[in-house]
Design a protein. Sequence first.
Length: 288
Amino acid sequence: MAKGRELKGRIKSTENTRKITRTMEMVATSKLKRATDRVVAARPFATAIADTIANLYSPELAERFPLLRQPTAVRRAAVLALTSNRGLAGAFNANLIKEARNTVARLEREGAEVDLHVVGRKGVGFFRYVGRALATQRTDLGDRPGAEEATSLVTALMEGFVGGRLDAVYVVASRFNSVLSTPPTTEQILPVRPPETKPGAARRDYLLFPSAEELLTQLLPAYVRNAVYRALVETAAAEQAARRTAMKNATDNASELLTVYRRNYNRARQAQITQEIAEIVGGAAALE
């Protein structure tokens, strides 16, 4: 009965694992709904502020704003890589780390010095393991990032760009297209590049108060902060989507294993009973 006891232990262990993965799947599904709502709520403001900057932009005004400064060459750049604090999300963190490494490698091949800023325990742990020096590291962001967290992440980077210490700033994050499509992407947030207007599109005529220069003074930093905020909320939603998918697959695999284990256990029990009956019949025949 050693094999039967072993299979019974495996069945119990797999049942407990399935309970955990199913619970984690349900939690991720609940968090995913709220995270998706934040993504949807953040996009209209981002579209509106980008559209406003595109309509206010002019080459004359661009010369007055450091955030619009287009460097002739990128000598020093900053890369802000967003990862999660927890695992059990499939290849979510691995894909983000790979994207960050590729971005850093590309910039270094182009002759730039790169300051790497990492958010999330998974990213921090990996780059520590490979011996990569980090300019800053943050592990205090939760599942519901807000505008305050985005501001705290990007303020020093904006100051470095305005002061001329940085020539470009990139953000590595996930883009939440759908539950099944959350590709890692690299977006350049500094210098600010006004969205291109479509050929033949009518330019909106604004009545400005105060002046366009005063409006851009407020809008440009808000645009950069909002870009980081969107990256945070989309990455948070992508994390929950990846965890939900991973836990669902784990639950399905556990169910398949249970079917196999139970079938083998029943066969082992049947074989044992058959053997015991045969031994009893053989013993009775020997006594006659």
